[in-house]
Design a protein around this ligand. Sequence first.
Ligand SMILES: Nc1ncnc2c1ncn2[C@@H]1O[C@H](COP(=O)(O)OP(=O)(O)OP(=O)(O)O)[C@@H](O)[C@H]1O
Length: 290
Amino acid sequence: MTSPLLSIAGLSAVSDRDGGALILRDVSLTLERGEVRGLVGESGAGKSTIAKALLGILPRSVRITTGSILFENRGLLTLSARELRGIMGSEISLIPQDPQTALNPGRRIEAQLTDGLRLKRGMSSRDARQRALKLLDEVHIHNPERVLRAYPHELSGGMRQRILIAAAFALEPKLVVADEPTTALDVTVQKQILRLIRGLQEAHGTAVIFVTHDLGVVAQICDSVTLLYAGKVIEEGRTSDVLAHPQHIYTKSLVAAGPRYDRPDAGLTPVPQAVFDQLRREIGIAKESR
Ligand SMILES: Nc1ncnc2c1ncn2[C@@H]1O[C@H](COP(=O)(O)OP(=O)(O)OP(=O)(O)O)[C@@H](O)[C@H]1O
């Protein structure tokens, strides 16, 4: 049997900012090549902390206390800064949350899309430009020549997000971490962007960790899902199984609560307080800490 692309095992972390509070509690998950896994949970569940650990950008105020992250059998938490630089952007890349701030406002799109191709793949400027044009075509940008000459402020939010997606796939990474990439976009653009990410990952066989607080997004694009609460894995499995037959009462209430992505007008039923009380008892955290 081949080993998974990514294997997180027993990962725990504390936040020095929050007075040494535990923010990841024995988190384990595996990701096969080409799999799309949703990392879902409410604010503070630990989704971004896991994503940052994968990208080697944990803040100093977060300390991993136990556990490991194996990416193709290399321990990401023990690699040198130099080794990590070799992997990040190249083998693991990020689609960031906010297309407004993620692009450099002072540089044309061409420079931003071709940097990695030239510097990390050793392409000539001409070849990198051709590749950038092809990438823009893949993310369905019309008139790519004009877009390459543009500065970010000349483009809409949806266009900028497409460019960031093109950039994330540019070096043919094995893993893309998508950090709530549709949160800042309106609902119709969100749907297009989700379809686009799914299309690209299928075409390139790329695995994706998709960070979101929205189970509707998970239903639309993820093969599998890991649900977190207060840094603990509450439920995980194939998306279709988890959504059709949720096991934990928290998952059941979230599934019942909606809102469904395909029915944005559907009302939101809040998760009952008793469910949070049960979760806290199970996890062993004090009432005040939510
Ligand atoms: N820079 C930081 N330094 C220390 N602790 C942090 C830092 N950022 C977040 N935390 C803490 O880590 C915990 C988990 O936060 P995290 O951002 O991973 O959650 P999340 O699920 O991604 O939430 P959100 O959807 O709001 O981004 C929280 O208790 C938070 O206070």
